[in-house]
Design a protein around this ligand. Structure first.
Ligand code: MSP
Length: 593
């Protein structure tokens, strides 16, 4: 039973400079605040990852959250290349009971634990080429100032009151739970232990006087925000889930704990006997990063896209927008939600000993290889299973054989002795399919390839907009396969540069394949930045020719000049992506132990 006893209110509503009537009037929640303002054309974009708990070392699930945000952000930068237009924050969530208890269990002071684990996250993100512009730690002074200011605004707007909170609390998930979300499980000594139905983590009964946020008043404004903005939460099933949650009563939310119980946190301004609830503290990180409460934050706030895991949807899609509306601000622009990674069919957990260390994976599969794997196989709508053989199989077939093999076939000196981007012959490959003539060599399937690659950038952009990055990669991979089919079909190694009949067609086959590779390399930049750089450099594509705005695939086919034709290819720098299955001794070893 979750009971906030308003009857036993110990204090009256706190200082209220605005009347409640004013606060809940429709005037207060203008359509602008509720997201009617579309920032799709706004030049600025602000991406965020969740901030990570520092109770344990990072695992591949954490890296996945950060990679999704990184890929979205890199894609955005390729569309709007002004450096100042994009901001990308990540960081560590360092306060709360969970961290306090983890530090005690490790025999460390909380600050020591936080410094140690936060450094591990920072190192991992550097290693994995996460292009964040900001890293926030909630123990920083700038954050304490932002949280206390935010609290003051809620208080001034009459949205906080003091009352008796009685109910279940799960320290592991840092959340309050109603009786309906709690079940009983046999504990180690056979007795029955209350646990969270959702996470399985233990819960404990709490009864104390806290500050409480009038969350219940926000049910209707939240429903309106979500109904008016059907794309706010992506993918759609998560949007639907939140609307369903809002069909039920929304109880007020306890937003502080007794300091004697929770000392590791930010004190309530003017009342040291209470510590601010860790989720309120954590969510405000998104504002701290952009300078809140200084006015500069306003140029970034409405353009925010949060990338989060499904387990923290309620906090981001209900509590956070309600808190923001309460503080007189707009809810976030977009919330992108992803599912989880399991390992060999099981939830990853320290107690099961199956946590996959991301650093080991980056070392084994290379940074770009592992980035590609997680983003190619991770499906936001449902959980995905991890095992080593799957990584090897995918990377060998798609990066080493298909993409690397294609590049090698078109650039190897045997087949391309001049080391240039050869000319495209419009007589061999006329823009009209079905034309007959002695020099016409292109087949119906070749037109299908040109069409597939020409429409690929738009397809990829749509998949990014729908947060289906794996589908974008699937589409690229399918075009790589089609291009290999094209090369195989025309077997350029059987054609002769010396023959006046063969040469124009041989050049055309290579030109088309190199153009396809240029598109693939450009589109892969957000996911495999170094590999894409290697590929584009080999093709001789300069740094200023890699944006998504000016791709212009196969211009000669469409009757335009091609800036690459006749250009020298870049230097040969070895295999694009070496096969992994020959260097798998560590796998055999790992299986034996
Ligand atoms: N500290 C909170 C977030 C506060 S944001 C204001 C938190 N931290 S967390 O470290 O537990 O999780 C951070 C992110 O990692 C979440 O998006 C979560 O969904 C994600 N993952 C944790 N385990 C995961 C998997 N097994 N698989 C994929 N992502 C997972 O929650």
């Amino acid at each position: 039973m979750l009971r906030i006893s308003t009857l036993r209110l110990l204090g009256r509503a706190l200082v209220s400079r605005l009347s409640l009537l004013d606060v809940f009037s429709s005037r207060f929640y203008s359509s602008d605040l509720l997201g009617a303002r579309d920032c799709a054309h706004d030049a600025r974009a602000y991406f965020t990852t969740p901030i990570f708990y520092v109770n344990a070392a990072p695992h591949i699930g954490h890296l996945y959250s950060a990679l999704l945000a990184d890929a979205l952000c890199r894609q955005r930068r390729l569309l709007v290349p002004t450096a100042a237009a994009t901001r990308f924050s990540t960081g560590t969530d360092e306060h709360g009971l969970k961290i306090q208890q983890a530090a005690t269990a490790a025999g460390l002071a909380p600050t020591e634990l936080c410094d140690r684990v936060s450094a591990q996250f920072q190192q991992l993100f550097r290693d994995a080429d996460i292009s964040s512009t900001d890293f926030i730690r909630t123990t920083e002074a700038r954050h304490r100032r932002a949280v206390q200011h935010f609290w003051g605004v809620l208080e001034a707007r009459g949205l906080l009151y003091k009352g008796l909170y009685e109910g279940w609390y799960c320290a592991n998930d840092e959340c309050f739970l109603p009786e309906t979300k709690v079940s009983r499980q046999p504990g180690p000594s056979g007795d029955s232990c209350p646990v969270s139905l959702e996470s399985g983590h233990p819960v404990s009964w709490t009864k104390e006087e806290n500050y409480i946020f009038r969350l219940s008043h926000f049910r209707k404004p939240l429903q309106r925000w979500l109904r008016d903005n059907p794309q706010v939460i992506t993918p759609e099933p998560f949007h639907h889930t939140v609307l369903q949650w809002l069909e039920e009563e929304l109880p007020d939310l306890s937003v502080s704990r007794r300091s004697s119980h929770l000392h590791w946190g930010i004190p309530v301004p003017g009342d040291d006997s209470q510590t601010i609830y860790v989720w309120l503290d954590a969510l405000v990180n998104y504002l701290t990063v952009i300078g809140y409460p200084n006015v500069e934050f306003k140029s970034w706030w409405p353009t925010t896209s949060h990338i989060i895991g499904k387990d923290i949807l309620k906090f981001h899609a209900i509590y956070w927008p309600a808190l923001l509306l309460g503080a007189g601000m707009s809810p976030p622009h977009r919330i992108y939600v992803h599912s989880h990674w399991t390992v060999c069919g099981q939830k990853m957990s320290k107690s099961l000993g199956n946590v996959v260390d991301p650093k080991t994976c980056l070392d084994r599969y290379t940074v770009d290889g592992f980035r590609y794997f997680l983003l190619r196989q991770g499906v936001p709508n449902w959980d995905c299973d991890y095992y080593d053989e799957k990584v090897v199989k995918l990377l060998d077939s798609e990066l080493a054989d298909a993409l690397g093999g294609l590049l090698n076939r078109c650039t190897a000196s045997k087949i391309n002795p001049s080391g240039t981007y050869p000319a495209f012959c419009t007589t061999c490959f006329p823009s009209e399919p079905g034309l007959a003539g002695p020099s016409v060599r292109a087949l119906a399937e070749d037109y299908a390839l040109v069409n597939a690659v020409a429409t690929l950038p738009k397809q990829v952009a749509d998949h990014y907009a729908n947060f289906q990055i794996y589908k974008a990669l699937e589409a690229v991979s399918s075009c790589v396969r089609q291009t290999n089919g094209f090369v195989q079909r025309h077997a350029p190694w059987k054609l002769n540069w010396e023959s006046p009949v063969d040469a124009p067609w041989l050049g055309t086959v290579l030109h088309v394949a190199l153009e396809c590779l240029r598109i693939f390399g450009t589109l892969l930049q957000p996911v495999t930045p170094s590999l894409a750089d290697k590929l584009l450099s080999r093709l001789g594509v300069s740094a200023t020719e890699r944006g998504l705005g000016e791709l212009y695939f196969l211009p000669r086919f469409y009757g335009h000049p091609c800036p690459f034709e006749g250009r020298r290819l870049g230097p040969e720098t070895g295999l694009l992506f070496p096969r992994l299955d020959q260097s798998r001794s560590w796998m055999v070893k790992a299986h034996r132990t």
